[in-house]
Design a protein. Structure first.
Length: 345
C-alpha cells in the first residue's frame, strides 16, 4: 500500500490495516468496558485530562469575591471552565494566618500542578512548603525584596506572577491627602508589619512625608481587635487623616476600618477601591481585579510547559483614583478640580 505522508494519515492507515487482523472483538470490547468502569482507571484518565490547581488565600472567599470573579473570568477567556476542563482546590485561612502553611501543605498532598496565591502573605506561606510546585502570585507588593524571586525579569525559582509595585504609591496617596486637606500636618499610618513588602512601602511613605513636611504616627495592627485601638491612638495623637497600608487584614476588616473612620471623623486613604466602597474617603492604586484576571494567563502558560523561572513577573497596567465626594462634603472638604481632572486622565 501507499506509504503514509503524515502521522495523522499513518494512524488512519493503521486503523484500516487493523480490520484485517483476526481478533476476539467481543473479548476486546468487554475488556475496554471493564477498564473504563474501574474507578481507579477512570480517575487516572481524568487526572491526565483535567489539570488540578490550588488557590491559597489568607482571608475568605466572601472578602475576595470580586477578585475571584476576575480570576474566573480570566480562565474563561482562555477556554477553562472550572469543573469541566480544570479543577480548582480553594483553601482559605479565614484570617487565621498561621493556618496558611498547613493549607499549602494540604494542596501539595492533593498533587496540584500550580498554587495560585492571593497576596504576599499567602505567597510566603506557599514558598515555605514547596520549591517544586509552580506558584503564581496574583498580587505582591515587593516580590524581590520579600525574597520570592531573584529578579522581575528572571524569577529564577518556582514563583512568578504579578506585582502591584505598590510601595512608591503610598507617597502618592500622601500627596493626594495633602491636596485635599491643605492644612494636613499629622497622619496616622496603619500597617500590619507581618505583611511582606510593607516595610518598603513605609520607607516610601516616610520619604514623601519629609518632602511634604508631614509628621507620621506609625501604628502596627496585627489583628482585628487592634483597629479600634489604633483609631483611638490616632485621635489622641491629633492626626488629621489616616493612611492605610496594604494587607489581608485590612481587606477582611474593611467594614470595621471604614466604620471607625467615620466614627472618629478621620479621612482615610487606601490602596484598594473596596475600602472606599465600604466608607473610606479615597483610594489610589492598581486595579487588583485586573491582576487576578491576568493571573489566569500564567496558569495557562505553565500548564502548557512554561517554567516559572523563565516567566517574568509583570507590573500592573491599570491604575485608579477613587474618591467619595459625598464623604468629603460631610467632612467639610473641598476637592480641588485640578485633582479630579489630573487623576482621571
Amino acid at each position: 500500500p501507499r506509504q503514509p505522508s503524515s502521522p495523522e494519515v499513518f494512524m488512519r492507515f493503521i486503523g484500516l490495516a487493523a480490520i484485517r487482523i483476526t481478533i476476539n472483538r467481543r473479548a476486546l470490547l468487554c475488556g475496554l468496558t471493564a477498564m473504563l468502569a474501574s474507578p481507579l482507571a477512570a480517575e487516572a484518565l481524568q487526572a491526565k485530562k483535567v489539570p488540578r490547581i490550588g488557590f491559597l488565600g489568607a482571608t475568605s472567599a466572601s472578602a475576595e469575591r470580586h477578585r475571584i470573579e476576575a480570576f474566573r473570568q480570566g480562565l474563561h477567556e482562555l477556554g477553562y471552565v472550572p469543573g469541566e476542563n480544570i479543577v480548582i482546590e480553594w483553601r482559605w485561612a479565614e484570617e487565621k494566618f498561621d493556618r496558611l502553611p498547613v493549607l499549602a501543605a494540604e494542596l501539595m498532598r492533593l498533587n496540584v500542578e500550580i498554587i495560585v496565591t492571593a497576596g504576599s502573605t499567602s505567597t510566603g506561606a506557599a514558598k515555605k512548603v514547596t520549591t517544586t510546585i509552580p506558584i503564581v502570585m496574583t498580587q505582591t507588593t515587593d516580590p524581590v525584596g520579600s525574597g520570592f524571586v531573584a529578579s522581575l525579569a528572571r524569577p529564577g525559582g518556582n514563583i512568578t506572577g504579578l506585582s502591584t509595585v505598590a510601595p512608591e504609591l503610598n507617597g502618592k496617596r500622601l500627596e493626594l491627602l495633602k491636596e485635599v486637606i491643605p492644612k494636613l500636618s499629622r497622619v496616622a499610618v496603619f500597617d500590619d508589619s507581618t505583611t511582606p513588602g510593607n516595610a518598603q512601602g513605609l520607607k516610601e511613605t516616610e520619604l514623601a512625608a519629609r518632602t511634604l513636611k508631614i509628621q507620621l504616627q506609625y501604628l502596627d495592627i496585627r489583628g482585628p481587635n487592634d483597629i479600634e485601638t489604633a483609631y483611638r491612638k490616632a485621635s489622641e495623637g491629633r492626626a488629621d487623616a489616616v493612611l492605610v497600608l496594604g494587607g489581608p487584614l485590612f481587606i477582611s476588616q474593611r467594614r470595621q476600618t471604614a466604620d471607625l473612620a467615620i466614627k472618629n471623623r478621620l479621612p482615610t486613604a487606601h490602596g484598594s477601591v473596596e475600602m472606599v466602597e465600604q466608607g473610606g474617603l479615597m483610594s489610589y492604586g492598581v486595579s487588583v481585579s485586573d491582576l487576578y484576571r491576568r493571573a489566569a494567563t500564567y496558569v495557562d502558560k505553565i500548564l502548557e510547559g512554561t517554567k516559572p523561572a523563565d516567566f517574568p513577573v509583570e507590573a500592573p497596567t491599570e491604575f485608579g483614583f477613587v474618591i467619595s465626594l459625598k464623604r468629603a462634603k460631610r467632612r467639610g472638604l473641598t476637592i480641588p478640580p485640578d485633582v479630579l481632572v489630573r487623576e482621571t486622565k
